[in-house]
Write a protein of this length. Structure first.
Length: 284
């Protein structure tokens, strides 16, 4: 309409649109996703809470599109699961048995499509596991940050903490925390066979915008203690650590290095990596 300063053109996603305020658009930011590679076998008892993760670690700009499809056992036809994004959760009964497919797409880019598959089976009782592990936990490819030589890329098992107290464990199973206090998220009391060098990661929860959220992550590595806090703050011995965006920095005298980039905190330590979005969720 008249009085509006706009022009017609092709956007970065190759689609034609009316463009307004040309300098006001946010920069493109690719999402981080996790492809599990194989069908994840999920077994639950009737009434047990089940959480399935689409595989989104951090969202992009613009936001990713997530669709869920469900193929009931014995059916060749898929049912769409509307109004579901990162986590699909339900109380198990036999009507939920079948194959679930989560598809993550971004900006009509076929190379960025990630699909994860879950096969859900509901049983009356659980079979005791044998000593042989027959399934593989999901993996995530980490990207090395700039810094010392010990910051390398690799494949790691991942534990994820989502808003609302939903937890995806290192083995891909789901659970809930009560969010009433701080919890030990990860611990290793026998690091490299040494009892004198344990490390712990605590999560403290509160309510943010109406949902239970991860308010902080506290790291205990022997004598070295520091905390990631909401708002991208690092508490180091009671003092605020000064961060330089886009540069890997050593955290105090600890063997860990942190990278603050794109409004996220990424921590690289000798025995683990951790990520905090600065608001409500984290991954280890």
């Amino acid at each position: 309409s008249s009085g509006i300063n706009a022009e017609y053109g092709v956007c970065k996603d190759k689609k034609q649109r009316w463009k307004m305020n040309a300098g006001f658009c946010p920069p493109f930011q690719e999402p981080t996703t996790r492809a599990m590679g194989t069908v994840q076998e999920v077994t639950a008892m009737p009434g047990e809470r089940v959480l399935l993760s689409a595989g989104l670690v951090t969202d992009g700009t613009p936001m990713v599109n997530i669709t869920w499809s469900f193929f009931p056992d014995g059916s060749e036809f898929a049912l769409d699961l509307p109004n579901v994004r990162e986590i699909y959760e339900f109380d198990a009964d036999y009507s939920y048995e079948g194959l679930y497919i989560a598809e993550i797409s971004w900006c009509s880019n076929a190379e960025k499509v990630v699909m994860n598959h879950y096969s859900v089976q509901v049983v009356d009782e659980m079979i005791e596991p044998t000593s042989e592990v027959t399934t593989q936990p999901p993996t995530v490819t980490s990207t090395a940050m700039e810094g010392p030589d010990n910051l390398v890329s690799g494949i790691y098992y991942t534990c994820s903490v989502f808003p609302g107290g939903a937890i995806e464990t290192f083995y891909g199973s789901g659970s809930h925390y009560d969010l009433a206090c701080s919890h030990v998220l990860v611990a290793d009391v026998l690091t490299d066979g040494d009892y004198s060098n344990p490390w712990f990661i605590y999560g403290t929860f509160d309510v943010f915008e109406g949902k239970g959220a991860l308010a902080s992550m506290s790291f205990y590595l022997g004598r070295d203690i520091f905390e990631f806090q909401r708002g991208w703050l690092i508490n180091l011995g009671g003092e605020k650590m000064v961060l330089e965006e886009g540069k890997g920095q050593q955290v105090g005298n600890s063997p860990c290095f942190v990278l603050y980039e794109n409004l996220h905190l990424n921590l690289d330590c000798p025995n683990f990596e951790a990520y905090y979005d600065g608001i409500m969720s984290g991954h280890i």
